[in-house]
Design a protein around this ligand. Sequence first.
Ligand code: SAH
Ligand code: SF4
Length: 351
Amino acid sequence: MHSIFFESEDALKTWLTENGEKPFRASQILSWLSKPGVTSFDDMKNLPAGLKQKLSSAFTLRTAQVVQTSQSPWATKALLKLHDGETVECVMLTDDKGRHTVCLSTQVGCAMGCMFCATGQTKAESGKCFIRNLESEEIVEQVLIFQDLLHSQTTEPDSDRISNIVVMGMGEPGLNLDNLLTALDWLSNHLEIGARKITISTVGIISGIERLAHSGKQYHLAVSLHAPNDELRNRIVPTNVGIGIQNILRAADDFFDVTGRRITYEYVLLGGVNDSPQCAQELAQILHGRNALVNLIPYNEVEGLPFKRPYPDKIDAFVRTLESGGVQVQVRKEKGGRIDAACGQLRRKNI
Ligand code: SAH
Ligand code: SF4
């Protein structure tokens, strides 16, 4: 069985005709797909019972199940069980204006092995940290799950609308771009979440950055840098050994030249590891003259990993050094922290 999400209207018309149904049903079916609360073919009220039956034997509409949620006023996190029993996490953040942002996962696990990251350091039963790429429908479903949840909790019009997406959950988007871009296209066509409202975060996969630069879409690019020099970055982001900071900066500069969109550099602050004034100075030097924003993320501690969040005065000093070096900087607010919203922590507890 395959997902109904990516059937074209023409293909669906052909399928309907072959199955003794009227082709005009195709547009009815497609218009249900993005409606909040429509989680099975049975919910498609204007279809005859026989057709609903045929659709559910031929196509899937939901392949993932929510097995656990945790909620705070600003963040809701869901652990999803996929059709093969694997699990991934997704999170919805709600700001003070009531806007909802969904944080998507792109892979089950991750092969990049960042030393501080729950996803990169959690071995599944097989002993591996990376299991598989997510299919496009599994990416789309993460957004629909939150839309359904909001719909069940509210009656106000439009308050179930998801307005932004950040691809900052489990996995490395740059290594599953085909499926991710198919999913994002679907989401912009059906839920009107345009590329400008979508941020894709990468550890620095050069081919991925190049492809995004030339995708013709105005995605926002975030690059997870975490260190100002290769010696330190190689230690905390092992995949950097084959990449190198200069190559990442060059690809990001090209992205900026092509799209005109400012790059965000993410920098997880790890106490005593990459939070020194020297690191801040070096970072200011390598970013000098670039149209860049540094997003400092005070580390969310992960059970079993040796890293610590820096003391607040260290964070303040890091910010001041960057600012005096002429670099734009912000410190990420941590609405997800208390519910283990950082990458892969809920799944880690379940494995
Ligand atoms: N693989 C991609 C996207 C997913 S991770 C990437 O690395 O960019 C999204 C961001 O969360 C990355 O910047 C990552 O380094 C950061 N992150 C991972 N674990 C974290 C933790 N425990 N605390 C704070 N940030 C974390
Ligand atoms: Fe993978 Fe990103 Fe975690 Fe690194 S930080 S292991 S790239 S998910």
